[in-house]
Design a protein around this ligand. Structure first.
Ligand code: ADP
Ligand code: MG
Length: 524
């Protein structure tokens, strides 16, 4: 059965499937690597390059290269290449296509069914966009699942409570361009993302930058009269490659030598693990601070001890990461193929999904299913989805005139969520109220206007001659598929307005058109 699990990462992506003995296995790309850089190079109107070659083109031909497109998922960020505009979904679709095409070449199977992973903080818009990216790539997306959930499946961290006991797991994910920490709880078969936090601009590439800076400094010291190495795109490309190589090597050995070549000069620079740790200590410290914040939030929500701490993301191979967490938690975090765990877990999840979809009987109470054609059984989980952001309305303080946001649905509230609250008019004789539906914009919920964005609005009529502080009601409903409905009601007249917003998502026509364009391109 060909069902793939795909980790569509910010900097690297990975695809896995279940092998004949029921274990997840990564499928290498045509270049022979387990992971593929999530970089897309629009070489010409009919040829698109994905992966390491695209990454190498980034410094030389930056106008035609897209990196970190995952950060734009769920947002309107059009980019133009060779006379056509591409959405983030379409660019991601090309990464998916390359992964699946290479996987097919390797495994020989025609896979169309996939599970794609997304960060736990991804909101409904981003999840929808990821789903659409899969559709544009011509794949059947069985589901979109949270990365920490997939990682926990691969680590086997969800096993051992078949007797019905509870488990709590902390996932620390330091990737190439992002950092996330997530707490999962498992009660019976019910798996919940209890809370999630992180930094969207902190990852392994910041460690690379520190090494590049150090190398450049050393070169300048040695050759003060030679032009800056970073002024030459070819040198810069090579320095970035070397820095990343050095960082990776230093996870397994103590020293590594980089030869800087620039304008005919060669300068060998020895890097040590100690030096790398010194250059990047503040970066690791930031992740620990955020992890502490997550642990505190989990404690407020009733989880104060963890059965497992899992390391995910390629950058956690740096020994400094586990060392810092050991100090924080007082026990050893688990580290096993951290850059492949998410794809492998997605493959396990995909198998469950495929089994579930093809099974004709209802899911048994213990969640254990037979997987067709394989003789295997798998346990499936009920995954609760939570709101990734807060939603509310703009209100005005009657005494100070200060405008601020009151959130009705909060980040991490379980979906579907329904909340109703009373609000009041400001002035005597006020005939209408503007309902501005707001979405939390930053990582943390905030009352401040600038930390929220307007997603929809409407006007509710108020009957004449009513005094200030005349009440009306707002009911927010946020569904599993991302449909936010706000109903505002004036109770005396029964006057009501309904505002609906689909949080994210391209239209079906846009997806179909994008598929046609992509089918005409060569993806290399
Ligand atoms: P993503 O962030 O896209 O999910 P990964 O989890 O694969 O991607 O993490 C990619 C990051 O991990 C990159 O910065 C890469 O350089 C780094 N990395 C990979 N292997 C190692 C290693 N052996 N030591 C240190 N960092 C590594
Ligand atoms: Mg990742």
């Amino acid at each position: 059965m060909a069902v793939y699990g795909i980790d569509l990462g910010t900097t690297y992506s990975c695809v896995a499937r279940i092998d004949d003995v029921g274990r997840p296995a990564v499928l290498r790309n045509l270049e022979g690597s387990d992971t593929t850089p999530s970089v897309v190079y629009f070489e010409s109107s009919d040829s698109v390059v994905v992966g390491q070659s695209a990454k190498d083109a980034a410094v030389l031909d930056p106008e035609h290269v897209v990196q970190l497109v995952k950060r734009d998922m769920g947002h309107v960020v059009p980019r133009e290449f060779h006379g056509r505009t591409y959405t983030p979904e379409e660019i991601s679709a090309r990464i998916l296509r390359k992964l699946v095409d290479d996987a097919k070449a390797f495994s020989g199977d025609e896979a169309h069914d996939v599970v794609i992973t997304v960060p736990a903080y991804f909101g409904l818009a981003e999840r929808n966009a990821t789903h659409k990216a899969g559709e544009i790539a011509g794949l059947r997306v069985l589901d979109v699942v949270a990365e920490p959930v997939a990682a926990a499946l691969d680590y086997g961290a969800l096993e051992g409570n078949e007797d019905g006991g509870d488990r709590a797991i902390l996932v620390y994910d330091l990737g190439g361009g992002t950092f996330d920490t997530t707490v999962l709880t498992l009660r019976g078969r019910e798996l919940t993302v209890l809370c999630t936090d992180g930094a969207k601009e902190l990852g392994g590439s910041d460690f690379d930058d520190r090494i590049v800076m150090h190398l450049v400094e050393r070169f300048r010291e040695r050759f003060p009269d030679v032009a800056d190495p970073l002024s030459d795109p070819l040198t810069e490309t090579q320095l970035r490659r070397d820095a990343e190589e050095a960082k990776k090597a230093l996870s397994f050995r103590e020293r590594y030598i980089v030869r800087i070549m620039h304008q005919g000069m060669v300068e060998p620079v020895e890097l040590t693990r100690d030096l790398l740790e010194e250059l990047t200590r503040d970066l690791v410290d930031r992740t620990v601070d955020i992890t502490r914040r997550t642990v505190e939030l989990a404690a407020e929500r009733g989880v104060s001890a963890f059965d497992d701490v899992l390391l995910v993301g390629g950058a956690t191979k740096m020994p400094a990461v586990a060392a810092a967490l050991r100090t924080l938690f007082g026990f050893e975090p688990r580290l096993h193929n951290p850059d492949l765990a998410v794809a492998c877990g997605a493959a396990l999840y995909a198998l469950d999904q495929a089994a579930f979809i093809t099974s004709t009987s209802a899911l048994p109470a213990d969640g254990v299913l037979d997987v067709p054609e394989t003789g295997l059984t798998h346990r499936s989980y009920e995954i609760t989805t939570v709101a990734s952001r807060g939603y509310g309305i703009k209100v005005t303080d009657p005494d100070t005139d200060r405008e601020y946001i009151t959130h009705l649905v909060h980040a991490n509230d379980r979906l579907p969520a329904s909340v109703t609250e009373d609000f009041y008019t400001l002035r005597d004789g006020q005939r209408q109220v503007q309902i501005q539906v707001m979405e939390q914009a930053g990582a943390v919920e905030s009352e401040e206007l600038q930390h929220n964005t307007v997603v929809a609005q409407g006007t509710l009529k108020i009957p004449p001659n009513k005094p200030a502080r005349w009440p009306f009601q707002c009911a927010f409903t946020l569904g599993l598929s991302g449909l936010l409905t706000v109903i505002a009601t004036e109770q005396e007249t029964g006057e009501q307005i309904e505002i609906s917003v689909q949080i994210g998502g391209l239209s079906q026509e846009a997806v179909d058109e994008a598929r046609v364009v992509m089918s005409r391109q060569r993806i290399l």
